[in-house]
Design a protein around this ligand. Structure first.
Ligand SMILES: Nc1ncnc2c1ncn2[C@@H]1O[C@H](COP(=O)(O)OS(=O)(=O)O)[C@@H](OP(=O)(O)O)[C@H]1O
Length: 505
């Protein structure tokens, strides 16, 4: 590949794609000094703020502080939306002036941070000419990976060492019974291995790192948002995990792999993203003016060691954060884990006593593990108990709802303009509008986006059950103060979540 093409794909020095750097540089230069790229909060006089915002005239092509605010504000209105489980607030028929102010008006549509840069005509031609060779190389890599998986036993060990295996999976094949379970395990392990080996063998064709992250939080609609974004011709998610195509959005890189140095980590992380063949397909065949990829692994937001690792690999990345009332969020996590067969030692459907310690505080062992993660050097191996604790314990599930605390390491390391916050309720109410705002925010052309509603199965819903009112009351109490801190972080009084707002103050 010509050096210039390679540097265009990877970015000049740090390995980030040029498009992402470009976009964030532009947004960065337009900082209005307001927190999170959000215009100053006007909660005391929302109507006045609305007319103020409407009066702003944006210079063509520039992103002023108010436009940066509009990006985030448009995506952050109040109440959680319809279609929710019985434990969530219904949207107010008369939206608050605060939320009304945030409905994007046509003339207030956020101005794109900067158009993402695509390949030049010469680069497109060079790629097209090289394409047959690259495709043959990919097929050969796949064949080698396939054969070695079934002939070379150590490849299995390699897979286990290099990549973290999702702890859900053993539960799934255990549930299938001994014979089918064994067959499923062989199938899973070998496809995992083939996938990993193919990715590693095609590493020279994988120069991309993500331009942005859907950082979290779990059960806040990250799968839906990623699914919608993936339909844009200029976007691809991670290369996917072999066991769940719908999860081709999550690398889980920072929960398992991460090399002993920044350079080796960057190289390994590139294996999680598509090849130049994919880029060629999007830019040359589908005609997208530019292409970029993203990682939407929502547990990244939950584990504090990730912030420094992301900063080292992709300092210019943009960060999209989805937030949802943690009370139904925690319940959604339980439903998912139970349906996947994880043998949980807890349930949220049975009554609890008012002072049940499981719901009044984060357990000491989880708190100490999280403190350990917060100070973990960027190249140190992860504590061995992290995967089990993170996915199998109630304490960690509750810990993942402490948004303000978990966002702090990211806020300390990335400029405020790099963040976009989305309230789940707003996403549910106006999915298309929010997706377009995200596209504008990351610097892609939102006009090329065609919104197609997702099938229910693609929303990552595992059914609805009823949380016991006593559990709901306990969780509401547990999250009351942390939720206030999130609201304060975003410059809001009320996010429309249970336990917030004047009536519950
Ligand atoms: N468009 C839309 N409308 C209504 N609800 C929606 C939508 N998109 C996602 N969801 C709900 O979001 C929950 C899944 O969130 P995630 O995809 O982030 O989960 S995960 O962390 O990736 O496992 C899961 O929530 P629960 O239904 O409460 O389990 C999904 O149903």
């Amino acid at each position: 590949m010509p050096a210039s093409l390679h540097s265009r794909l990877v970015g000049p020095d740090d390995g980030t794609p040029g498009a992402g750097s470009n976009a964030s540089a532009s947004a960065g230069s337009s900082s209005g000094g307001a927190p999170f790229g959000v215009a100053p909060a006007h909660d005391a006089a929302p109507e006045a703020a609305a007319s103020e915002a409407a009066a702003v005239v944006e210079p063509e092509g520039a992103m002023s502080s108010s436009a940066a605010g509009a990006v985030a504000e448009g995506a952050m209105p109040a109440n959680d939306g319809p279609g929710r489980g019985p434990d969530e607030k219904a949207p107010s028929p008369n939206p608050s002036p605060w939320s009304h102010r945030r409905q994007p008006q046509p003339q207030q549509r956020p101005v794109a941070a900067a158009p993402a840069r695509g390949l030049s005509p010469a680069q497109r031609l060079a790629l097209t000419l090289a394409m047959p060779l690259m495709m043959m190389y990919c097929m050969a890599a796949f064949a080698v990976a396939w054969m070695s998986t079934f002939t070379v036993v150590p490849s299995y060990i390699l897979a286990q060492r290099l990549y973290w295996t999702c702890p859900f999976i053993p539960h799934i094949w255990r549930r299938l019974g001994p014979l089918a379970g064994f067959a499923a395990r062989i199938g899973f392990e070998s496809s995992h291995c083939i996938n990993i080996l193919t990715r590693l063998l095609t590493l020279p064709l994988r120069p991309h790192l993500p331009s942005f992250y859907i950082l979290g939080f779990p059960k806040c609609g990250t799968t839906s948002l990623a699914e919608h974004l993936r339909t844009h011709p200029g976007l691809s998610a991670t290369a996917g995990l072999p066991y769940h195509e719908a999860l081709a959005k999550e690398s889980h890189f920072f929960q398992g792999v991460y090399g002993r140095s920044c350079a080796s980590s960057r190289l390994l992380y590139r294996s999680c993203f598509p090849t130049v063949v994919t880029r060629w397909w999007h830019e040359v065949v589908r005609g997208a003016p530019a292409w970029m990829c993203f990682d939407a692994c929502p547990v990244n937001a939950c584990t504090p060691h990730v912030a420094e690792r992301i900063r080292r690999l992709t300092p210019d990345a943009k960060i999209v954060v989805m937030l949802r009332d943690p009370v139904p969020g925690v319940f959604s996590a339980e439903i998912m884990m139970r349906d996947m067969g994880v043998p949980l030692e807890w349930t949220l459907t049975e009554p609890v006593t008012p002072n049940d310690p499981r719901f009044t505080q984060i357990p000491a062992d989880v708190a100490s593990l999280w403190r350990e993660l917060a100070v973990l050097p960027h190249d140190a191996p992860l504590p061995y108990k992290l995967p089990y604790t993170l996915y199998n314990t109630l304490g960690a599930t509750l810990q993942c709802g402490m948004y303000a605390e978990l966002l702090q390491p990211f806020l300390e390391r990335f400029p405020r303009e790099s963040f976009m916050f989305i309230n789940f309720g707003d996403f549910v109410k106006d999915t298309e509008g929010v997706v377009r705002q995200v596209l504008d925010f990351v610097g892609l052309d939102s006009q090329s986006y065609r919104h197609v509603p997702l099938l229910p199965a693609m929303k990552n819903n595992y059914g609805s059950r009823r949380m016991h009112p006593s559990v709901k009351a306990a969780l509401t109490e547990l999250f009351r103060e942390p939720n206030r801190r999130v609201a304060a972080l975003l410059g809001r009084n009320d996010l429309g979540w249970a336990g917030m707002g004047p009536e519950s103050a």
